[in-house]
Design a protein around this ligand. Structure first.
Ligand SMILES: *Cc1c(COP(=O)(O)O)cnc(C)c1O
Length: 299
């Protein structure tokens, strides 16, 4: 069995925050396609699943933190495809497992905890996994890599008239989704990634290594990291509540909140010429908001 999307679930919503209508903004709501295989993860995993089935693997094995959107997607997608899954979790097994870890277990994922030190040496870790689990297809953390990008290149096919947009914005973790978007976008479109991390050098280098033709076809903005990956400030959570109240769109603390904040700030800074048409990609990840203390978010 392979995954398929009920395309009725994918909507394109108008985002109207400002009275001035000179800049039009739409949002592709990939957060709505599946509760667990959320947003971009569906696309990034597509060809890994296909490969695992083709190669008769028993399942997928991948890595992530205790609130990982990626591992949740791997666990659910493997299960729906009839494959097993193993999750390598960063850090010692907690006395009180996160809700995401509980959900991974309920989806049948086998969890293996590794120390932060071992996790940091990811290249070695992935090499060891390949040796120790020959039956499994190893998917790098976050679904990073050209196989993931090939799937992400299909995201824009869910946007009718996608070439009418002057700017396409998405969040950046590993940069795999951004690479896919840049592959599918037209030469004259501005493809801009809002980085959830402080640095963009690794992602930029990886994207250009996978796809040298993407030179000059995308940019990564690091001005909106709010302290770094998986970090946030009260300003960001206040923004999430306000954005939800004004647009009805829930955002996630790690990626899409920073994306939407960046879009608003760039708008206010007159980054967009009148007549610009902007597409924001809501890449999902809402389950990660469970890592926040109760009461911080109003949605
Ligand atoms: C995983 C994830 C991203 C990051 O995608 P990359 O391809 O790693 O850059 C962005 N947004 C959400 C909601 C995610 O879960």
């Amino acid at each position: 069995m392979t995954l398929s999307i009920d395309t009725d679930l994918v909507t394109i919503d108008k985002i109207q925050l400002f009275a001035d209508q000179q800049v039009e903004t739409d949002m592709l709501r990939l957060d709505k396609i599946h509760p667990q295989i959320s947003g971009n993860k569906w696309f990034k995993l597509k060809y890994y699943l296909e490969q695992a089935v083709l190669e008769n693997r028993s399942g997928l094995i991948s890595l992530g933190g205790p609130w990982s959107n990626h591992l949740l997607a791997v666990a659910a997608a493997a299960r729906e495809t009839g494959l097993k899954s193993i999750g390598i979790i960063r850090g010692e097994a907690p006395a009180q497992p996160s809700e995401t870890l509980e959900e991974l277990k309920s989806l049948g994922m086998e969890l293996v905890f590794v120390s932060r030190t071992a996790y940091r040496n990811r290249v070695q870790l992935v090499t060891d996994l390949n040796t120790n689990y020959p039956d499994y297809l190893v998917v790098d953390a976050g679904g990073e890599g050209p196989t993931g990008a090939k799937g992400a290149a299909e995201i824009l096919s869910y946007v009718p008239d996608q070439d009418r947009y002057t700017h396409i914005f998405c969040a950046v973790g590993t940069g795999t989704m951004l690479a896919g978007i840049a592959l599918a976008a037209g030469k004259e479109q501005h493809v801009i990634g809002i980085c959830s991390l402080k640095e963009k050098e690794e992602q930029t280098a990886s994207i250009l290594q996978w796809f040298p033709t993407l030179e000059d076809r995308f940019e990564i903005n690091t001005a909106f990291h709010f302290g770094g990956f998986a970090r946030h400030t009260a300003e960001l959570t206040d923004f999430m509540n306000l954005f939800y109240r004004q647009t009805g769109v829930p955002t996630d603390i790690v990626y899409t909140a920073k994306l939407c904040y960046a879009w608003k700030q760039l708008y206010l800074d007159n980054f967009f010429q009148p007549g610009s048409r902007v597409l924001l990609i809501h890449s999902g990840g809402l389950q990660g908001n469970r890592s926040l203390a109760p009461g911080i978010l109003t949605f």
